[in-house]
Design a protein around this ligand. Structure first.
Ligand code: GDP
Length: 426
């Protein structure tokens, strides 16, 4: 049984917490795209862990954690993350790295950083983790696959090909020192030896697990609105965070997925640049930012303050549609307990007309949200474990969103910890 857990919005919806919570009855957790450019925060018996590349099943005993071929694999980031979790007392996880995954290298991080500097005010708000140059290299077929790490001459020749063009950019566009093929060959070869025990044909491993009937979770990063095709271009990411891409980036049949769990927050948040119609400002935003998540709304990767805003039914309906949502999971409902009234965006006004569908970015920049206001519930709901025991106004808020968005809210997270989870039969 294969489930995908993906974001309905701009990212940071709480997918890590949902994956960690749902991993208890899964045998395999897979990362299928992206790299160390975002973070999942999970809180469990080992404390609070910020994961960037490791799958969120690493704290569950007996769970196989797979890094699929679709991932941008930064070996330094992976090994240091592994060291951190081992130091925190997590037992050595069962980790499998695809021999077809490609390597995100320091040259990608440099190119990402220099390009953002060059673009100055026109920058995209990259996390400068090298993701865009990495996927550009993959598309141009000049990347390096994990399986090429173990043959030094092959590795050197791959880097030679790739560094010729990069060094022209380094010298003439960015005015920076050139990349050194020999030094990078030696460095990568040494790292390859360190990860060798984890490397295997993960496509075979996953298909065998699937045939055995194992439960497999495919864990997405970022959210639907960052998809390169369907998102808020150009404030998008470079690989698809959609459930439709999950079987490709993991290595499973497309028809294997039976459940697409779309995660959304009870309010909106977005880190990095982009277009965010329901954004709050000033004191109102500061209050929600301070109370949001487990320690305020600050990016798990960058520490940057996240923009926060009212729940956007238009954007979420679109996000769930392009994800192919079957189960909507709402997180952070506990955060809104302080509000007397809560606004929800139920439409956009665009050039004097009301629209219900999420438009392309140049139009999205001009929309004005249309709000509906509901009464708050004014209490702490984090101890509730049964849906019917949530205050009436809180249930009304959830059910109003469900109706507007048009997908069933079957899971409600009312706190950052594993046990803060309510299952709802709909
Ligand atoms: P992800 O990238 O989608 O996994 O999201 P992040 O981990 O970056 O952000 C979600 C934040 O919300 C983290 O700080 C989580 O610990 C926190 N979180 C997740 N679910 C809940 C919840 O139901 N209530 C509260 N208060 N925090 C939550």
């Amino acid at each position: 049984m294969v489930r995908a857990i993906v974001g309905a919005n701009w990212g940071d919806e709480g997918k890590g917490k949902m994956t960690d919570a749902l991993a208890h009855d899964s045998q395999v957790v897979v990362r299928f795209q992206g790299g160390a450019n975002a973070g999942h925060t999970i809180i469990n018996e080992y404390g609070k862990l910020a994961l960037h590349l490791l799958p969120s099943g690493i704290c569950r005993k007996g769970v196989k954690n797979v890094i699929g071929p679709g991932v941008a694999l930064d070996l330094d980031a992976l090994l240091s993350e592994l060291d951190i979790i081992l130091e925190r007392g997590v037992p050595m996880p069962e980790l499998y790295i695809s021999d077809r995954a490609q390597l995100l290298m320091p040259c990608h991080v440099l190119l990402d950083t220099y390009e953002e500097e060059r673009l100055s005010d026109r920058k995209f708000g990259s996390t400068k983790s090298g993701i865009s140059p990495f996927y550009s290299d993959k598309a141009a077929k000049v990347g390096v696959q994990v399986c090429q790490l173990f043959d030094k001459e092959l590795l050197r020749s791959r880097l030679e090909t790739s560094f010729v063009k990069k060094n022209i950019l380094m010298r003439h566009l960015y005015n920076k020192p050139e990349l050194d093929v020999d030094a990078e060959t030696e460095r990568l070869y040494a790292l390859g030896q360190k990860i060798k025990p984890f490397v295997c044909d993960t496509t075979k491993l996953l298909n065998d697990a699937y045939k055995r009937g194992d439960k497999i979770l495919l864990e997405g990063q970022l959210g639907a609105l960052r998809d390169p095709d369907h998102g808020i271009f150009p404030f998008t990411t470079s690989s698809s965070p959609l459930a439709g891409y999950a079987p490709v980036g993991a290595g499973l049949p497309p028809w294997a997925i039976v459940e697409v769990v779309c995660v959304t927050k009870a309010y909106s948040s977005s880190v990095g640049r982009g277009v965010f119609p329901t954004q709050m400002h000033g004191q109102e935003a500061e209050e929600l930012r301070k109370r949001g998540g487990d320690a305020g709304e600050y990016g798990a990767k960058t520490g940057r303050p996240r923009d926060v805003g009212w729940f956007d039914c238009v954007a979420t309906r679109y996000g769930c549609t392009v994800q192919g949502c079957t189960t909507l999971a709402m997180t952070n409902i506990d955060v809104l307990g302080y509000l007397d009234e809560i606004k929800l965006c139920v439409g956009y006004e665009l050039d004097g007309e009301v629209i219900q569908d999420f438009p392309v970015t140049p139009k999205l920049k001009r929309v004005k949200p249309i709000y509906h206001t509901l009464p708050g519930w004014g209490s702490d709901v984090s101890d509730v474990r049964v849906y019917e025991e949530l205050p009436e106004n809180c249930r009304n808020y959830i059910e109003f969103i469900e109706k507007e968005v048009g997908f069933p809210i079957k899971l409600i997270s009312n706190g950052p910890e594993r046990e803060n989870l309510i299952y709802r039969n709909v």
